[in-house]
Design a protein around this ligand. Structure first.
Ligand code: ZN
Length: 435
């Protein structure tokens, strides 16, 4: 069978150890054919897995050739193993940091690709093992008592008495954005996220996005990056959207989250360095922990401390027709509810490991993640499709915060904080190197 990729030239140096440092340009040129093979493999997996390729703006012929060849999962697995072996035999010690990161990143992304292929072939692992294999991070486990005590602290500041999840649902209903005001609220929040981001990060010339409202999706928002600094941001309007989602989604999907992350990778790695592996984004890979972690952390980058409530009071609450006098209390509750985020991971772990049923997972989400019954069922469907991907949001956010603060980017030093954040958005760093 003819395949244009089986002739991939593996450099002879692979088999010989080099005790002396290699010039950067030589190392980069050794990685070039391997990075092309990686891109072709990601596109190939995408032919079997419609959720796999999150973005691609590399050469169109790589995509059309992949579609024409249409390799089987077995063939993809074989080529992925060859690629991993070739990368493992390269030695990047002594080259500059960025190239060393590039090498390790390409290898780890390729290993995750092979893991995803195995999963598509039917090999399912336990939740924690899968998370580590795909996302290069081990999710922490919390006992139920941890969530019971957090829940109690939410109950202490919520109005009323009785069952806390039910009280929270009643309370939150008062803060829904009316459907006919959604666009005004979201557009304002994204514009403000962009304005605040642009004060610290040089955005690529002509960067832009379009915004769409969609239904019947397992997610609440999505950024589809199109290349050349352009994104399509979709918001799911299946359910009423509470006011806190405006800034959260604006920052997460837009500025300084996914849109900025993808734009900076394109600008710094694809265009300036010619590292084509970044022209494709494999969703089920370590890259997603960095992407989701920086997108979530981006909310507190753009709206640190009390600046968020001030903006909500002055702009978004009035735009949404909500009482600004209640913003302070609402965000005090919101802050505590966010600490329950790991309850979602726990539900996913138990459900995907077969310990609890879908209905039990939904009930757990209502009880400890304070989701409405409808949203909790939507979330179990997210688990079906994205599986251990759920760890990327909260664990990713925590790892990114720790990394940035350990490098001196503490909240009392916003200049340094933005600098480290921007560097992280523009470099191929692996989750396991954040700790
Ligand atoms: Zn995201």
């Amino acid at each position: 069978m003819h395949s244009s990729h089986s002739r991939m030239a593996l450099p002879e140096e692979n088999s010989r150890r080099k005790p002396y440092p290699m010039p950067v340009s030589q190392m980069n040129s050794l990685l070039t054919p391997l990075s092309e093979e990686y891109v072709r493999l990601v596109l190939s997996v995408g032919l079997h897995d419609p959720d796999y390729v999150d973005a691609y703006y590399g050469p169109p012929e790589w995509k059309s050739e992949t579609e024409r060849d249409h390799p089987s999962l077995e063939a993809i697995a074989g080529r992925a193993q060859t690629l991993i072996d070739a990368l493992r035999h390269q030695h990047s010690s002594g080259v500059d940091d960025a190239v060393m990161l590039r090498h390790r990143y390409l290898q780890r992304q390729s290993e995750a690709l092979l893991e995803r292929v195995r999963l598509l072939q039917g090999t399912k692992r336990a939740f924690d093992e899968e998370a580590e294999a795909l996302y290069d991070a081990i999710p922490p486990t919390y006992p139920e008592e941890h969530f019971v005590s957090l829940l109690k602290s939410v109950g202490d500041i919520l109005p009323g008495t009785g069952d806390i999840p039910a009280r929270y649902q009643e309370y939150q209903k008062r803060f829904m954005i009316p459907r006919d005001r959604l666009d005004r609220v979201f557009s304002a929040a994204i514009a403000e996220g962009r304005r605040r981001t642009a004060e610290h990060i040089t955005l690529p010339a002509g960067d832009n996005f379009s915004l769409e409202y969609v239904t019947k999706k397992p997610w609440s928002g999505y950024n589809w990056y199109k290349g050349s600094g352009q994104s399509l941001i979709q918001m799911n309007v299946d359910f009423p959207i509470p006011i806190d989602r405006a800034v959260d989604l604006a920052c997460h999907e837009g500025y300084p989250g996914h849109h900025v992350y993808n734009s900076l990778l394109e600008e710094h790695l694809v265009r300036k360095r010619g590292w084509m592996e970044f022209s494709v984004y494999a969703l089920f890979s370590p890259q997603s922990l960095i992407a989701e972690g920086t997108a979530n952390f981006g909310i507190e980058m753009a709206f640190p401390g009390s600046t968020r409530v001030e903006y909500e009071k002055e702009v978004l609450f009035p735009f949404a027709g909500l009482p600004p006098t209640e913003a302070q209390q609402y965000y005090a509750v919101h802050g505590l509810v966010q600490r329950l985020a790991y309850a979602g991971n726990e539900a996913a772990r138990r459900y995907l490991n077969g310990v609890i049923t879908r209905e039990e997972a939904a009930r757990w989400l209502q009880q400890y993640a304070l989701m409405s019954p409808e949203r909790s069922m939507q979330r179990t469907k997210f688990f079906d499709v994205y599986r251990s991907y759920v760890i990327n949001y909260n664990l990713g956010q925590d790892l990114v915060r720790k990394y940035i603060e350990a490098k001196g980017g503490t909240s009392d030093n916003p200049g340094r904080r933005w600098q480290i954040f921007a560097e992280l958005l523009s470099s191929p760093r692996l989750p396991s190197t954040l700790a």
